[in-house]
Design a protein around this ligand. Structure first.
Ligand code: PMV
Length: 314
């Protein structure tokens, strides 16, 4: 069996995914829409090996528990009609401990590498469905640029010609480990938050508005939708019983600063960090303003990234 290496970028949702309609198949309760980011990259090598007694995972140079990856690899083995265990080696070009490490780039790179190593060829839509089984957000990282997740798989969203954006990422409080995974949090939120239904009701309208803004190249319209979607998701999470609070004091301090900046709009995921959507010409200034905030440990700027792809064999 040959080894295969693939690369994928993380993505940040502008219209959030938060809740499932089918846990076993990891199907989302609603659509979502994201931007794939060039600056956050995962590179993964998979080798199926008949001599291996069990699946092995090495993450950023250290052995890691392979249970979740192993269950996911079973899907690839079933499709390829093989029974060999695999060694999986994955590295992120951003610090894993920063709390930015996202399962999105991980499962997108894994889907491309594992199918190639197993000798099966899938189109991008089928790869997106396979990546989704590992993590809902990973379905979007199969594609580059703006991406919309549909019922089972993601697809690219056409944007206005020549339009470009930046995402400025503020790592908050040294990126403390998140208290609860997005996977557990969204299930608990759906089960006990009185605001979960209200949150879900925001998604279709936000998707329509985001698509229209991207088609028109309207940063301010897209930014307003993104802020609203993130705040609705976090409101539902906050109201979960017991509460799920990803927002730290520094997170709120960053939001106050972003409110004062022109053409800059925040979003927040299942952690304390803040991602700010802005234009290429505003990005350096936004980054300087965020760096000056006490408790912001690190700031990076990213442009849109391309699709997940095979590095070797070509
Ligand atoms: O699929 P997961 O477990 O990576 O969940 C993603 C959840 C959020 O990042 C909060 C929102 C999103 O759409 O990416």
């Amino acid at each position: 069996m040959t080894a295969a290496t693939a690369r994928a970028h993380a993505n940040i949702a502008l219209v959030k995914y938060w809740g499932k309609r089918d846990a076993a198949l990891n199907l989302p309760a609603a659509g979502s829409l994201s931007l794939t980011l060039a600056a956050l990259t995962t590179t993964t090598t998979v080798r199926f090996d008949p001599r291996l007694p069990r699946d092995e995972l090495t993450l950023d140079g250290a052995a890691a528990p392979a249970t979740r990856v192993s269950a996911w690899l079973d899907l690839v083995r079933a499709r390829a009609g093989i029974d060999h265990r695999a060694s999986v080696t994955s590295t992120n070009d951003f610090p894993t401990a920063s709390g930015l490490a996202s399962s999105a780039s991980a499962y997108a790179a894994l889907a491309v590498a594992a199918t190639a190593a197993a000798g099966i060829q899938l189109d991008r839509g089928a790869l997106s469905e396979l990546a989704r089984r590992g993590s809902g957000s990973a379905a979007r990282s199969i594609f580059g640029g703006f991406v919309e997740m549909g019922v089972t798989r993601a697809a690219p969203v056409p944007n206005a010609d020549g339009w470009d954006v930046r995402m400025v990422i503020a790592v908050v409080d040294g990126g403390v480990a998140k208290q609860i995974s997005s996977r557990d949090a969204m299930d608990r939120c759906a089960a006990s938050s009185p605001l979960y239904a209200a949150w879900l009701a925001t998604v279709p309208g936000d998707l329509r508005a985001a698509r229209a803004a991207i088609r028109a190249g309207d940063l301010d319209a897209l930014g307003r939708v993104a802020q609203g979607s993130a705040l609705a998701m976090h409101a539902a999470a906050l109201a979960t019983r017991p509460s799920i609070r990803y927002l730290r004091p520094t997170t709120l301090a960053v939001l106050d600063v972003v409110d004062q900046l022109d053409h800059a709009y925040f979003t927040i995921d299942a952690g304390p960090h803040v991602k700010v959507l802005t234009s290429p010409d505003r990005a350096d200034d936004v980054a300087d303003r965020l760096r000056a905030i006490h408790g912001v440990s690190h700031v990076l700027i990213s442009g849109p990234g391309g699709p997940a792809h095979l590095v070797s064999p070509r």
